[in-house]
Design a protein around this ligand. Structure first.
Ligand SMILES: Cc1cc2nc3c(=O)[nH]c(=O)nc-3n(C[C@H](O)[C@H](O)[C@H](O)COP(=O)(O)OP(=O)(O)OC[C@H]3O[C@@H](n4cnc5c(N)ncnc54)[C@H](O)[C@@H]3O)c2cc1C
Length: 417
């Protein structure tokens, strides 16, 4: 252990084969898969529950396929959700179709909208049958335990006091502001994004229906999802402009929203203060190096994605599947070497880079232009015109968004529970 470790004398310590930090989609899926493979694994989640509004709520066909391969799909699809098959938009005055999932030749050809806490609770409950999996809520990793150069677990804060979790392998799934990767000194390569997003809910009356998902006007962009009794809305603003939006005041924001989406007229009454609006500071970044000896980062901790395409949850799940496929067997014998851990980056970096590249293309060709504003009427970008005109291209965009690059399938072993 390092010097700081030797000065620290926790009341308690536990020892596990694998410690996963973070109970988001990456951590909960990986915990499930390792528990299923009989690995002694603990998942630490700093919050007491999964109930946080406005996390990624999109479950794409690639994740539905994984749930199918795990035998969980029937129970999962019994949870309340909405299904989306086409991505239609309004660009200036022109209607565009950006993707058509009905063209996919996959078993699941829809995006399921489900609150992320339902998805995570489902995984947690399903994982309870694995004796080797433990999920510890209200447990926050605050530092690393080191043994020489290697990471040997984490120090955690729990309601019962400090706890050391000694582990052969620590996996950081603690999201885009990862404490673990920061403590490990892993450098983040920022790619950048020209926008931030304001998320809010607007009430929906039963007779309010509209099949529009994206709206673009000079200087403004907005995405709306029909979530049954409410509209989930993402209002896109130029990067760093939230204070300016606040300074103009809530009535001005409501007016802008209703001007773009008249269907939200009554629903925006739900916006009573800026507390009802959540700012997503959009980031696109990735780690050139995902590992240290004894440590691996996956999901947003390894690569924050732009909300374009709503792919963050699904990439996190795909990382988890790849990690279990590549490492579960090896982990039953101890900690994989750093070179073995790096197999996960080698497998997943290409899909991450390709997806981020596409997000940057959309940012540069569509988002930046639209957010510039001005009095000129908006011209539908060539890319969008092509996709709208050629239905087979709508199948390709659907494949990219819904399945992604190099989809993962579950190959890790399942020991009987
Ligand atoms: C407002 C918003 C809207 C989004 N919308 C979409 C969308 O529509 N579709 C989509 O696919 N993606 C969306 N995303 C992105 C998506 O949520 C992420 O890409 C995805 O959740 C990443 O999963 P993850 O498991 O890697 O990390 P996270 O989901 O960030 O999970 C990390 C977990 O670690 C926990 N944690 C953090 N630090 C510690 C610690 N020190 N100790 C213990 N636990 C810790 C956190 O509480 C959290 O539960 C959105 C993100 C935001 C913020």
């Amino acid at each position: 252990m390092d010097a700081s470790a030797s000065q620290h004398s926790p009341a308690r310590a536990i020892r596990v084969r694998c410690c996963i930090v973070g109970g988001g989609p990456a951590g909960m899926m990986l915990g499930y898969l390792l528990g299923r493979a009989g690995i002694d694994v603990v998942v630490l989640e700093k919050h007491a529950d999964f109930f946080r509004d406005f996390r990624g709520d999109t479950v794409h066909p690639s994740t539905l396929q994984v749930m199918d391969e795990l035998g969980l799909i029937d129970g999962f699809l019994k949870l309340p959700h909405q299904r989306l098959q086409t991505l239609d938009g309004q660009f200036g005055g022109t209607s565009v179709r950006l993707a058509d999932l009905r063209r996919l030749d996959t078993k699941y050809n829809f995006i399921a909208f489900m609150p992320q806490w339902d998805f995570l609770n489902f995984l947690r409950e399903a994982g309870q049958r694995f004796a080797s999996l433990k999920v510890m809520m209200s447990t926050e990793a605050t530092d690393l335990i080191r043994r020489g150069e290697a990471v040997a677990g984490v120090r955690a804060k729990t309601p019962e006091g400090p706890l050391d979790i000694e582990a052969d392998l620590t996996i950081a799934c603690d999201g885009r502001h990862s404490t673990v990767r920061e403590r490990a000194g892993l450098a983040v390569e920022e790619i950048g994004a020209p926008m931030d997003v304001l998320w809010f809910r607007a009430g929906r009356k039963a007779d309010e229906t509209e099949n529009l998902f994206a709206r673009v006007e000079p200087g403004k962009m907005m995405v709306t999802f029909d979530r049954g009794d409410y509209w989930q809305c993402a209002y896109v603003i130029p990067k760093g402009q939230y204070d300016a939006v606040k300074a103009r005041g809530l009535p001005a924001l409501r007016d802008d929203i209703v001007h773009m989406a008249p269907i939200l007229k009554s629903g925006t009454a739900d916006l009573t203060s800026f507390d009802d609006v959540k700012l997503l500071t959009v980031a696109i970044n990735r780690l050139p190096r995902w590992t240290r000896p004894g440590l691996l980062c996956i999901g947003d901790a390894a690569h924050a994605m732009s909300p374009i395409g709503g792919v963050g949850v699904n990439l996190a799940v795909q990382d988890a599947v790849a990690t279990a496929n590549l490492l579960a067997d090896r982990m039953s014998q101890g900690c994989p070497s750093e070179a073995e851990l790096d197999a996960v980056r080698r497998r997943r970096e290409f899909p991450v880079k390709m997806t981020q590249r596409m997000q940057v293309i959309v940012q540069n060709n569509i988002v930046s232009g639209a957010l510039k504003g001005g009095n000129e009427p908006l011209k539908v970008p060539l890319l969008m015109r092509l996709v709208t005109a050629l239905p087979w291209l709508q199948g390709m965009t659907a494949r990219f968004v819904a399945i992604g690059v190099r989809p993962e399938h579950v190959h890790s072993k399942a020991v009987s529970s």
